[in-house]
Design a protein around this ligand. Structure first.
Ligand code: H79
Length: 430
């Protein structure tokens, strides 16, 4: 008999809502790009350029690039430390590169010797250590896995051509078995694909892989780069009924809110993988405002770190993440487990999020005149109190023809992105 594979794309809307709930509520994750490319760190033969793409940027031959494996020995790698940095930042999940485009596997893969156990002097199962550390700390665990593979002759005719490149062989005998290994050994919560734009990859293959993986673990959350539907760097789907659970804007934030699931991934400096000479760090203020903007627009924020070849997350990243964590400690109610309002903003200075029961609106702002804030599009419940998160006493407010005027406290609880908590009667429409 022929057993039809279950079609998980036919899942009902409410089933998807349930499956995605934790992911949507978690809102903030930490991306980790780490692999052999941390060794050249953005410089090859004295020339700058490339990070995790350095193999392609400098057209490094496979046999040459492979030599980095013998040097990979990150003595300062400490999975618990990385997870504690994520946790202190307020990140609720981690997405780690099991395999980037260079094809090097960061776990003990059975289908290749080009992995951390067989090809490096380090010989520690990095993914196991990370997965265990995440589990111990209640952090959800995700894996980034590249479909494009510059090291596989059947997947990359340009770099290391097989006599007759056979992509189906790579897909069925390498890509799928690797993903099955990852699911069985490390039980990830998220699979985050990339490199799906190669012409060999098709929507039908994306659907087949999606059903195969959900069949192995039905609760998996999988990004839209498993399919061909991603529209450029803006990252949302170009057509309906594509495989994948959420859109993936890269290095940008959606221009407006969306009720579809989406996650904006972004670097703290200019690069994903560690680059020694890249000191162009975004400020903590900008990162916090990005998180607020993303949450107000109904998305998730996946913020990247690129650890060094020694195994350390660069200090400038750690500092900024710690500042985000300090801000979130005071203001977490306004970010996690909130919903996006159609009317999610008022001018450039105000963003709104809403509690899931719809009873509370959070107004997040960066500027005020004369220690007052005026809001036109939120109507507090009559006689209710308005609080600033991090301040004990309720604030004085007046209602002036539908516009409320809130008197701000003299001492503010943080440096920027202050949050008012407003019990909401109804929202004025635009
Ligand atoms: O892993 C990080 C980067 O290495 C990787 N994605 C993040 C998360 C990345 N790969 N490529 N890029 C980023 C930029 C590539 C853009 C292009 Fe395209 C690929 C241009 C043409 C093919 C994407 C797909 C945009 C248009 C089609």
């Amino acid at each position: 008999p022929v057993f039809a594979q279950k079609n998980y794309l036919e899942e009902s809307k409410s089933a998807k809502t349930q499956r995605m709930q934790w992911w949507h509520d978690d809102t903030f994750g930490m991306f980790i790009h780490w692999g052999l490319y941390a060794i050249p760190a953005g410089t090859y033969n004295g020339k700058d350029g490339g990070a995790e793409w350095i193999m392609e940027t400098h057209k490094i031959p496979t046999a040459e690039y492979e030599k980095y494996a013998a040097q990979f020995n990150p003595q300062k790698f400490d999975a618990k430390k990385w997870v504690s940095i994520a946790k202190a930042a307020g990140a609720k999940y981690i997405v780690f590169t099991s395999k980037h485009h260079d094809g090097f596997s960061m776990w003990d893969s059975k289908v290749t010797k080009y992995d951390v156990m067989d090809a490096t002097p380090f010989k520690r199962d990095i993914i196991k250590e990370l997965a265990d550390a995440c589990k111990a700390e209640g952090i959800k665990f995700g894996l980034y896995h590249s479909i494009m593979d510059w090291h596989q002759p059947n997947a990359n005719p340009k770099q290391k051509p097989a006599e007759k490149p056979d992509f189906a062989k790579y897909r069925e005998e390498y890509l799928k078995p690797q993903l099955a290994e990852l699911i069985k050994k490390y039980n990830p919560d998220i699979l985050w694909f990339d490199g799906e734009w190669i012409s060999e990859w098709t929507e039908a293959q994306g659907k087949d892989l999606y059903n195969y993986l959900r069949g192995l673990k039905p609760s998996l959350v999988i990004n839209n780069r498993i399919s061909k539907a991603r529209g450029g760097m803006e990252g949302m789907n170009k057509y309906e009924n594509a495989a994948g659970d959420f859109g993936t804007p890269e290095q940008e934030i959606l221009k407006t809110n969306s009720q579809d699931y989406w996650e904006s991934c972004m670097t703290i400096n200019n690069n994903w993988g560690f680059v020694k000479n890249d000191q162009n760090w975004k400020s903590a203020e900008m990162l916090i405002n990005n998180l607020v903007d993303v949450a107000a627009k109904g998305g998730n924020y996946l913020l990247n770190v690129g650890p060094t070849a020694e195994g350390e997350i660069p200090a400038p990243s750690v500092e900024r993440l710690a500042e985000m964590g300090a801000w979130l400690k005071v203001n977490k109610q306004a970010i996690y487990a909130t919903n996006s309002l159609e009317n999610y903003k008022e001018g450039d200075n105000l963003r709104f999020t809403q509690s899931k029961d719809g009873k509370t609106t959070y107004a997040i702002f960066n500027k005020q005149d004369n220690n007052e804030l005026s809001i036109a599009s939120v109507q507090p419940k009559a006689g209710s109190k308005i609080y600033m998160l991090g301040v004990n006493k309720p604030l004085t407010w007046t209602n002036n023809n539908g516009k409320i005027l809130v008197k701000l406290p003299e001492t503010l609880p943080c440096k920027y992105a202050w949050v008012l908590k407003i019990e909401t009667a109804s929202r004025n429409s635009k």
